[in-house]
Design a protein around this ligand. Structure first.
Ligand SMILES: [Mn+2]
Length: 330
């Protein structure tokens, strides 16, 4: 990115010039995407702008507490595309937000704000900062760029803090930089409701999810000199708790706490496919394993889905691949 302050100023210019705004994040909205959508929407409304905030369904239970969520049109696109300015947050390409082309084509100005490395500069104004922990970090810097004219309200601070805390994995991922912590600290000072965020996002889990987690850990097996942890959850496991494969959040990362485990796999039998989540302690790039099965992701967190094979077949093919990779580790 050329000049950070310059492109932040260009966003301010676009906002001052615009009257009717459309704002959206990406599909499967996460804390960063939704938190930024809400904070920017709130700011624009304070400035007297007309705003249509859009989010693709569905909003997770853990994000329902976000202040201002009722203002967001979830899964409901506007009938008419009469917006002069569109702001896309966290969308690495112009199609990441859904079927928005009719809106994008009719807008005078398209603003693209993102922190993903692979992001395209598809906007009239682009601010792509791959060193930022989160888009929320960028939005806070954008507030600062106003030179004190605009500061986040406590509600906006709560939305932005949610983006920073979720994208850094509660300040543990490698993107937990000094700047991410500085921004988080400033947001707390501005009144971000850290207690609620922690309670709702990190200390709330339905009974069934917790029981399913117990079953998963009971079924965990260590293989290949304890370098590989494998958990297989079948239809029967889900049925016995009345649970769905979606209720397995957080399970796959637990085995990497075990000393020596380099790769953890959660293999789930779903109605028409087998889906696999992978985690790495760091030495193995699990995105490459996922890619060889047609999936993708990051070096430490990746996944893939397979149709037309049994859960056992997928587990064995994956194990062969993992064995090949962990054999090469010292
Ligand atoms: Mn993000």
């Amino acid at each position: 990115m050329e000049n950070k302050a310059e492109s932040l100023q260009q966003i301010w210019n676009a906002i001052h010039q615009g009257k009717r705004f459309f704002i959206a994040g990406h599909l499967n909205p996460d804390g960063d995407s939704l938190g930024c959508t809400l904070a920017v929407t709130s700011l624009l409304e304070r400035m007297g702008k007309t705003v249509y905030a859009y989010a693709a369904p569905a909003i997770g239970q853990d994000l329902q507490f976000l202040p201002g969520l009722a203002k967001v049109h979830v899964g409901k696109l506007p009938a008419k595309a009469n917006f002069d300015t569109v702001i896309l947050l966290e969308c690495s390409d112009r199609n990441r937000g859904g079927d928005l082309e009719f809106i994008l084509q009719n807008a005078r100005t398209l603003v693209n704000i993102d922190h993903h490395l692979v992001s395209d500069a598809y906007g009239n104004v682009n601010h792509i900062d791959s060193r930022a922990s989160s888009t929320a970090e960028i939005i806070f810097q954008f507030f600062e760029q106003s030179g004190g004219e605009f500061l986040p309200t406590p509600e906006e601070a709560t939305c932005l803090y949610t983006g920073v805390v979720t994208d850094t994995g509660r300040f543990v991922h490698s993107n937990t930089t000094a700047e991410a912590l500085r921004v988080a600290s400033a947001l707390v000072a501005l009144g971000a409701d850290v207690a609620t965020i922690n309670q709702v996002i990190y200390f709330t889990k339905p009974y069934i999810d917790l029981k399913l987690q117990g079953r998963a850990l009971e079924k965990m097996q260590l293989r290949f000199d304890n370098k590989y942890s494998e958990i297989i959850l079948t239809h029967r496991d889900f049925e016995s708790f009345g649970a769905t494969p979606a209720q397995t959040q957080g399970i796959v990362s637990q085995p990497t706490m075990i000393p020596g485990v380099e790769v953890s796999a959660l293999i789930k039998e779903e109605s028409d496919k087998v889906s696999v989540n992978l985690r790495s302690r760091g030495a193995v790039d699990v995105s490459r394993i996922a890619q060889s099965f047609g999936g993708g992701g990051h070096a430490r967190a990746a996944g893939f889905k397979v149709t037309g094979k049994t859960v056992t077949q997928v587990a064995e093919e994956l194990a062969d691949m993992v064995l090949h990779v962990v054999k090469e580790l010292a």
